[in-house]
Design a protein around this ligand. Structure first.
Ligand code: MRU
Length: 337
């Protein structure tokens, strides 16, 4: 039996995270005792992936209450600190969602907030299983009951959730059914969530895979090497436009031209029905050094300017279907969410 990967959990009055910046070379947990430490862990991607950020946001409210009590914060200070946690990264709707789910319970006391946060983590785990089944069933129905070659981008597995994952959860479910030939994992520049994290999870799960530069994805897709591509999402608008890790859009365009399915797999908590399309999604722009340096070593000339968006938005017309824990939304056929 493979050891379960626990990206985020609550233990002994602290949040325990796998430090994802160190993987796959070092497997180390960090204990988070303060909001400053949590915000820092979120910004430097020690904890990352939309659903895991939702759980981090919810547990963070418990930390905030503990810190408020220990340090004598006023209600205003508490509110400001929780707002800063909610806004630590702007694109994944789940972070704000997680905070907002438990915040109204503050008046009922810290234990009520903790219980709700733990429930949110459990609900995410169960949603992963449902998405895994829905996505696997969808692919078998559309592509036939045969081993598949699948492409994925970024990391959408246990590290990004509290369960098996979203897109990677579908892949794991198909592997359980004996229906994976091979996974093509995009390395995911610039922070390598694919080659560091997805590859780590796939090797732990003993699922055959290879990593490829993001720039090889279009060639793999148009060259007939993959049957479909599956990604996760950070925010999905009502019309199906989906924000996900930078490079997802290129994968979608190639799939559209090759006429193979491009699936977005995400929990309902990632669907932001308050926005009608992707133009309203705030895209996080990250620092220059992620591009100008590799592993701390300068690679670009002094003063090189960068364009480093963490995410892109794939328009709904390039998305075959959005798979959630509830169902498959047939976006290409004109459905919205
Ligand atoms: O910057 P990251 O690593 O947090 O970006 C993560 C992604 O883009 C994931 O694909 C998305 O959050 C879905 S995770 C199930």
């Amino acid at each position: 039996m493979l050891a379960e990967i626990k990206s985020i959990q609550w233990r002994d009055n602290a949040i325990v995270l796998i430090d994802q910046t160190l993987l796959p070379i070092i497997e180390k947990n960090i204990e988070v005792h303060s909001l400053e430490q949590l915000r820092d862990s979120i910004v430097r991607l020690a904890v990352r992936g939309a659903p895991a950020l939702g759980v981090a946001g919810a547990f963070g409210v418990v930390l905030a209450l503990d810190q408020a009590r220990a340090s004598g914060w006023s209600d205003d200070r508490l509110a400001t600190e929780i707002d800063a946690l909610r806004d630590a990264r702007p694109t994944a709707v789940n972070l704000a969602w997680g905070v907002n789910q438990v915040r109204p319970l503050i008046s009922q006391g810290r234990d009520a907030v903790l219980k709700a946060a733990q429930q949110l983590a459990e609900d995410d785990r169960l949603a992963n299983l449902a998405m895994g089944n829905n996505g696997a069933d969808w692919l078998v129905k559309k592509l036939g009951d045969r081993p598949l070659n699948l492409l994925t981008h970024c990391n959408t597995g246990s590290l990004a959730t509290t369960g098996t994952g979203t897109a990677l959860g579908v892949i794991k479910e198909l592997a359980k059914r004996g229906k994976i030939q091979e996974v093509f994992a995009d390395e995911t520049r610039p922070l390598l969530q694919g080659s560091r994290l997805t590859a780590w999870e796939l090797s732990k799960a003993e699922i055959p895979y290879r990593i490829q530069p993001d720039a090889a994805a279009a060639m793999a897709i148009l060259g007939g090497k993959v049957d479909a591509a599956l990604i996760g999402a950070d925010r999905i608008a009502k019309n199906g436009d989906s924000a996900n890790k930078i490079g997802s859009l290129g994968v979608a365009l190639a799939c559209h031209i090759a006429k193979i399915p491009f699936l977005v797999v995400a929990p309902e908590s990632t669907v932001d029905r308050s926005i009608k399309d992707g133009s309203q999604i705030h895209i996080e722009i990250r620092g220059d050094e992620e591009i100008t340096h590799i592993a701390g070593k300068q690679m670009a000339p002094d003063g090189a300017k960068t364009f480093n968006p963490a995410f892109d938005v794939t328009p709904a017309r390039f998305i075959t279907a959005v798979i959630t824990e509830l169902r498959a939304y047939e976006i290409e056929a004109g459905e919205s969410l």
